[in-house]
Design a protein around this ligand. Structure first.
Ligand code: ATP
Ligand code: MG
Length: 448
């Protein structure tokens, strides 16, 4: 079903077209003047425009209609325009096509022929997009998808799920602790999809203050607020035909969640300061390190929004629960960093390997990456030594604790919790069993 704009100064013509097109499952909006055409196009996107060339000035030359064709092209050059006139001459048809019309219907029209033209124009517009999709498939074969290293049994179903859902348009929610590879999986999903020829658009919900949320997502028009010096497209609009990756999705303020829901449900939105409804065809991939089901129960996240986002849910296990992946990942990071820092490292000493295999990795794969990078910089020989890793085992930590005062231990634990949750005070407080205010008092007390 498509929405088609029809323009004619005769209302009986409009009515006949409306009924004919409705029979084919199309919705129509009708206008009786050329000014009406522009107003309608301001308000929403159409699949097609069918317009008469003659209005009031003189009713035979088709001059008025011809004159506005280039202006319509300037507004939107992707809109297929088909013109009609009762005084069809080849000359007029040729002239209209030169000025941007895609086809021509002589009046009175033949229903079958008119419907065939409508079908062709809508299909052609779709085929253009499909052409881009084929290109995407080819790109895939050339291997543009980022490599996910995973040899553990825990990751096997995850990899299967990724390759199965990537080519679909289903919305995907990726969950997992910090550094488990959510961003990487989002990039892989996009690269393996039919939308891969367009760039994935990313927006970090955690980084958006309430004031800029709407304009970042939906865009704004010039003058919508003090700093709006020019029109600007939002991320959703930029992601048309592509994937929008919404990272840290749990951080959307409750009052913005309804707007986001509408955008995702209908694809419709307005730029801030404009009443024109725009449409974008967007696939949503989102990620969070929170448990959104718990956030729903706690009243911090809308259930209907969650159900829109998590058509498919991909849960990435923490690295400590898939230790088989540690060395394959470690070796890959070693090669990358050794090349980057021009070191001739070839592997790990056995003790270093043992240490890696035992480590808890609260920061998951990202932590492993950083540990290896530091080790590459530190190491002197051919192999990475245990000492180069700079990892303190749990045992060493507790040995140190015995030499500390109670206050020192408290400060130490707070620092550790902050590190573990990437500086997220709420989660660090929760992990330590402290209220948020009690946590902040201690931060202040210890000057952290
Ligand atoms: N399975 C994997 N194979 C190869 N590289 C990986 C894998 N998992 C993670 N990485 C790498 O580890 C780093 C951290 O991953 P990523 O940024 O995707 O994690 P994240 O879950 O998005 O973290 P955060 O929650 O902190 O945003 C990235 O450099 C990523 O490329
Ligand atoms: Mg990330």
């Amino acid at each position: 079903m498509s929405r088609i704009l029809i323009a004619d100064d005769q209302t009986d013509v409009l009515e006949a077209l409306r009924i004919l097109l409705k029979g084919e499952g199309h919705q129509t909006d009708a206008v009786t003047s050329l000014a009406g055409v522009f107003q309608a196009l301001e308000k929403r996107d159409y699949a097609m425009l069918i317009m008469d060339l003659n209005y009031t000035r003189d009713t035979t030359s088709g001059q008025e209609g011809l004159e506005i064709l280039p202006r319509l092209q300037a507004v939107d050059n992707t809109l297929p325009i088909v013109v009609m006139t009762a005084w069809a001459t080849i000359d007029l048809a040729v002239e209209a096509m030169k000025r941007g019309a895609r086809d021509f219907i002589p009046k009175p029209w033949d229903n079958e022929r008119l419907l065939a033209i409508v079908r062709t124009q809508i299909e052609l517009a779709g085929a253009l997009r499909k052409g881009r999709r084929l290109e995407a498939a080819n790109q895939l074969l050339r291997g543009n998808a980022p490599k996910i290293i995973a040899e553990s049994p825990r990751m096997r179903p995850v990899l299967e799920l990724i390759s199965r859902v990537a080519p679909s348009d289903a919305n995907v929610l990726i969950t997992g602790e910090n550094g488990t590879g959510k961003g990487l999986v989002a990039r892989a999903l996009h690269a393996l999809s039919s939308r891969a020829s367009h760039s994935m658009i990313t927006v970090n919900m955690g980084g958006l203050s309430e004031g800029v949320f709407e304009s970042e997502l939906f865009g704004h028009v010039k003058g919508a607020f003090t700093d709006a010096k020019t029109d600007r497209a939002g991320r959703f609009e930029l992601a048309d035909e592509s994937t929008l990756f919404m990272d840290e999705i749990a951080n959307i303020p409750m009052n913005q969640q309804a707007k986001l829901l509408r955008m995702i449900e209908t694809g419709e939105f307005e730029r801030v300061g404009s009443s024109k409804t725009l449409h974008a065809n967007v696939r949503i991939v989102s990620a969070t390190n929170s448990n959104l089901h718990e956030e729903v129960v706690a009243g911090r996240f809308r259930q209907d929004l969650l159900f829109r986002l998590n058509t498919i849910e991909i849960a990435l296990p923490p690295l400590r629960e898939r230790r088989e992946d540690i060395m394959p990942l470690g070796n890959s990071f070693l090669r990358q960093h050794a090349t980057r820092y021009r070191k001739t490292l070839t592997g790990f000493e056995e003790k270093a390997r043992d240490l890696l295999m035992q480590h808890h990795f609260p920061g998951n794969v990202r932590e492993l990456d950083h540990v290896i990078e530091r080790a590459v910089l530190m190491s002197q020989g051919q192999l990475v030594k245990a000492n180069d890793l700079g990892l303190t085992s749990g045992r060493e930590d507790s040995a140190r604790l015995e030499d500390m005062s109670l206050e020192e231990v408290e400060a130490f634990l707070i620092k550790k919790a902050l590190g573990r949750f990437d500086g997220n005070a709420r989660r660090a407080a929760e992990a330590l069993g402290l209220s948020r205010s009690a946590f902040y008092r201690r931060l202040q007390h210890y000057g952290l």
